[in-house]
Design a protein around this ligand. Structure first.
Ligand code: FES
Length: 116
């Protein structure tokens, strides 16, 4: 199994979000990482509604109250833990999850991947 380091876990506030460009199965993708408490969650940076990137500024993926991931285009709200849309034009749809882990204090992409 391949592990690709993205950032130090301690660099992320609680909560916090950050974007990365990575290679997933040989394809370059933009992904987002969200820290909440002791856990990290990762998704492809593409809204299931219209396919837009989710961030409104670099590394800004969370709603103002920081309780959800928010799409910048039409303001859909997604649960941080499951990536499910809970409000907005695509309720019930889900973000595409990315497999992450924390290894030796590093947030890592796990699987057949690489960073760019
Ligand atoms: S593109 Fe995300 S809510 Fe429309």
């Amino acid at each position: 199994m391949t592990e690709t380091r993205l950032c130090r876990f301690e660099e992320l506030k609680d909560p916090d979000s950050r974007g990365f460009e990575v290679e997933l199965d040989g394809v370059t993708e933009s992904i987002l990482v969200v820290r909440r408490g002791g856990a990290v969650y990762g998704y492809v940076n593409r809204c299931p509604h219209a396919g837009s990137p989710l961030d409104w500024m670099p590394d800004q993926f969370l709603s103002l109250d920081q309780r959800h991931i928010q799409c910048a285009t039409h303001a859909a709200l997604f649960s941080i833990e499951a990536g499910e849309c809970v409000a907005g034009p695509c309720v019930g749809d889900r973000l595409t999850p990315v497999s992450l882990g924390v290894v030796d204090g590093w947030v890592c992409l796990v699987g057949n991947t690489g960073t760019r």
